[in-house]
Design a protein around this ligand. Structure first.
Ligand SMILES: NC(=O)C1=CN([C@@H]2O[C@H](COP(=O)(O)OP(=O)(O)OC[C@H]3O[C@@H](n4cnc5c(N)ncnc54)[C@H](O)[C@@H]3O)[C@@H](O)[C@H]2O)C=CC1
Ligand SMILES: O=c1[nH]c(=O)c2[nH+]cn([C@@H]3O[C@H](COP(=O)(O)O)[C@@H](O)[C@H]3O)c2[nH]1
Ligand SMILES: [K+]
Length: 492
């Protein structure tokens, strides 16, 4: 037996002591970009993101819609693995198809459909315009466009055909697949189009370009995109069905994988990492975890992990510490793992980034995590609260709430955790099923978080995250100063 000579500390137990703010410390000048995968010290990580936020590998959090929104804001989502791998791969594909600028046409209808049908389709998808193709498929023969401006439910019979009110292909401006995004946008502006259909020589629909995306694109200068300008997206995997799941996710175009487990310090993770290196070399990037000490970090780094995720039992829906008695305060875990990451980098010349996962309840917790050495953070509760998360919005007791449940809860009925036979089958729950306060749009909230992180870094005299960590001066807070930080207590 060994007892560590420390008290396990949470992120809540630290404050940052400001350092000199120089003239270089202005919000525009602050770089929040982060490396996601291993690289040689002094070189650039092959995958970086402009906003160091990732969304948790959870069914209540990382859907295609949230993944697209977060990639637009410069972060990255990990689509959850608690579903058959074909369904997970389809979610990854849905994000990859949503190429910045060119869109896979997802709202399509046949000319023989009725106005009632197209009206219901547009309403349920919250869109203004549908593409008409001969067979109603995304790559059928392009026949026309129909928008909510082309018919009125009281003027036109809902049983009338789409063909009777659509704007026909012959009268529309289209572009060939060779068109560049900037040429497409010129056509959109010159012809005052809302939609530019991209149609090949045989008349088949290739994709569409939307005016709305052009406007959004100007706002999202930091988008996480791949070399083909498609949004980047990650995907969770497990150590049970990885031989089938990983190839499906790679085929679907996942940019980054992550082994999703409460406890990453296991031979199962080394085997999974070995499978990736054997079959894909460095073409497939994969993180591992979760760990809470330097031993776990080194084991996974040596096994080939591209990044290592830190955090056991700190998540807002976690009951792992009660159920299994394992875990460590998130601050203590980060301090230990960050020291090992830096030692590993000095010894080997290879930098393996750290992700701080779980228990980040406020923006200031994120700031403390970066100061303690996290390269990027993973958030569940934070993103579950937004419009873009897949969980239902409910109105309870005069409050708007979003449902949020742990992957170890019985609601999640984790496929790999509960349904794989043999010795790995687990029968007890390790997470709760509850609600979080609804907080509106991801875009607004991420903007606010970025503004606060920058303000913290300005106070600490830092202009990038590595400099912030290197120069940070932190102090543990006593129970008394902790209480003093709480406005509720001050106002009592
Ligand atoms: N970060 C955290 O603190 C926690 C996270 N969770 C989440 O719950 C979900 C399930 O996590 P876990 O229960 O840790 O799932 P897991 O699949 O990693 O582990 C379940 C059990 O299977 C065993 N196992 C794994 N691979 C095996 C293999 N190839 N052969 C034989 N046995 C094997 C493990 O040792 C463990 O006993 C994940 O989404 C995880 O993120 C759950 C609890 C805590
Ligand atoms: O003990 C647990 N039981 C669960 O059912 C569970 N589901 C997710 N997770 C972990 O919590 C992280 C998200 O935490 P937050 O909501 O605090 O951001 C996630 O990223 C996971 O690491 C769980 N932990
Ligand atoms: K272990």
């Amino acid at each position: 037996m060994k007892i560590l000579d420390e008290v396990s500390r949470t992120l809540n137990e630290f404050l940052l002591v400001p350092s000199l703010t120089t003239a270089a410390c202005t919000p525009d000048n602050i770089d929040l970009s982060a490396p996601l995968v291993r690289h040689r010290v002094g070189e650039t990580s092959p995958i970086r993101i402009a906003t160091p936020l990732t969304s948790a590998i959870m069914g209540a959090v990382s859907s295609p819609r949230l993944a697209i929104a977060l990639a637009q804001c410069g972060g990255l989502s990990f689509v959850h693995q608690n579903q058959p791998y074909a369904e997970q791969a389809a979610m990854v594909e849905a994000v990859k198809r949503h190429k910045a600028g060119f869109r896979f046409s997802d709202i399509n209808i046949k000319p023989s459909a009725t106005l009632g049908e197209v009206s219901a389709l547009l309403e349920s998808a919250e869109r203004d315009v549908a593409v008409v193709t001969d067979d109603g498929s995304p790559h059928g023969l392009f026949v026309g466009l129909i928008s909510t401006d082309d018919f009125h439910p009281r003027r036109h019979g809902l049983d009338d055909s789409v063909a009777s009110r659509m704007r026909a292909a012959a009268d529309l401006v289209t572009a060939p697949p060779s068109v560049t995004l900037s040429e497409a946008n010129t056509l959109i502006w010159d012809h005052r189009l809302d939609v530019l259909p991209v149609v090949d020589a045989a008349g088949l629909l290739h994709s569409i370009v939307l005016r709305r995306d052009y406007e959004l694109h100007k706002r999202f200068r930091n988008e996480s995109i791949d070399a083909d300008k498609r949004f980047r997206v990650g995907a969770g995997v497990n150590t049970h069905d990885y031989r089938e799941r990983i190839p499906a996710l790679v085929e679907a175009g996942a940019d980054l994988l992550c082994i999703d487990s409460s406890d990453g310090y296991s031979v199962w993770q080394a085997e999974t990492l070995g499978f990736v290196r054997e079959n894909y070399g460095d073409d497939v990037r994969i993180g591992a975890g979760n760990v809470v000490d330097g031993r776990g970090f080194r084991y996974l780094a040596e096994a080939g992990a591209d990044f290592v995720k830190v955090g056991i039992g700190g998540g807002s829906i976690c009951t792992t510490r009660e159920q299994k008695g394992i875990g460590r305060g998130q601050a203590s875990a980060l301090i230990d793992v960050a020291a090992e990451r830096d030692a590993y980098a000095r010894e080997t010349g290879v930098y393996v980034p750290l992700c701080c996962d779980g228990g980040l309840l406020t923006d200031s917790h994120m700031a403390i995590a970066f100061a303690l050495g996290a390269d990027f953070v993973m958030l569940g509760r934070y993103f579950a609260r937004f419009d873009e998360s897949p969980s239902p919005l409910v109105h309870l007791g005069g409050q708007f709430l979003k449902e949020y449940w742990g992957e170890g809860s019985s609601r999640a009925r984790n496929v790999s955790r509960y349904e794989h036979g043999g010795g790995s089958r687990l029968t007890f729950e390790e997470g709760v099923d509850g609600y979080v306060p609804y907080a509106g749009s991801l875009y607004d909230n991420v903007d606010l978080t970025i503004a606060k992180l920058k303000a913290t870094m300005i106070s600490c005299g830092a202009t990038d995250l590595r400099g912030f960590h290197d120069g940070a001066v932190l102090v543990p807070v006593s129970q008394q100063s902790f209480l003093q930080n709480s406005a509720e207590i001050r106002l009592r």
